[in-house]
Design a binder for this molecule. Structure first.
Ligand SMILES: N[C@@H](CCC(=O)N[C@@H](CS)C(=O)NCC(=O)O)C(=O)O
Length: 226
């Protein structure tokens, strides 16, 4: 199995399936398609289009089978590796976990737009400013806090549904954003951020993201250099 991904410091969608595979110890080969732009002439776009007609990472390839889009990849992995509880084993918890992932996948756009993932960056003043100036970002933060607080209260933690699952992998890039932009969260959510950051798949991704040391200006609305 090959997983095609983008730069670890920036590629929030790539992070999700990579973290999931690493957390559960599922073997795979990583293929890094470094971002050099997203235009049709970029090396990244040409390389990714050769694998995935949708032109995005992540992509899972196994022989002739190509699966793209994080939700489809997560579902495929859950089906292929039933020995691991990628989704919660309990049916109600699984349905709630799917709802959280679907909301993440299609929503929370204001936060995603204003606070792009940038694992190595520390931008607390930007976080304070966007929170004060953009009510939609504050609304997304309130929604995330409510979702997580509710799931953690029901499961008892330390992860959203007790043990680490696809839901935590889906929100790992949000955890990275809340940390980088120092967005304020209640204590129960702060403990969840720490649990996710310390979990093995996420910690491995973060270590490799920090080692990249590559500055991509088109991914950097707030910094002019490292
Ligand atoms: N809905 C897709 C989104 C994937 C996506 O947007 N990936 C970004 C990298 S994080 C990308 O490949 N962008 C290339 C482009 O926008 O042209 C998924 O869930 O996989």
């Amino acid at each position: 199995m090959q997983l095609f991904i983008g730069n670890k410091n920036y590629s929030s969608w790539s992070m999700r399936p990579w973290v999931l595979l690493r957390h559960f110890g599922i073997p795979f080969d990583e293929v890094m398609l470094r971002f050099d732009g997203f235009g049709p002439a970029s090396r990244f776009k040409q390389a990714v289009l050769a694998v995935n007609p949708a032109g995005t990472v992540p992509v899972l390839r196994d022989g002739a089978l190509v699966v793209w889009d994080t939700l489809a990849i997560a579902e495929t992995l859950a089906e292929r590796f039933p020995q691991h509880a990628l989704w919660p084993r309990n049916a109600d918890a699984r349905a709630r976990a799917r709802s959280l992932c679907a909301e993440m996948h299609s929503g929370l756009r204001a936060l995603r737009g204003a606070c792009p993932m940038n694992i190595e960056a520390q931008l607390p003043e930007v976080g304070a400013r966007v929170l004060a100036e953009q009510p939609a970002v504050a609304a997304d933060l309130a929604r995330i806090t409510a979702m997580w607080t509710d799931a953690l209260a029901t499961s008892g933690g330390p992860f959203l549904f007790g043990e680490f699952s696809i839901a935590d992998a889906f929100f790992a890039p949000v955890v990275a954003r809340l940390r980088s932009y120092a967005l304020p969260v209640p204590a129960v959510v702060a403990a969840y951020l720490d649990a996710v950051w310390a979990s093995p798949g996420v910690a491995a991704w973060v270590a490799e993201a920090l080692a990249e040391q590559e500055f991509l200006d088109f991914e950097e609305p707030y910094r002019s250099g490292r």
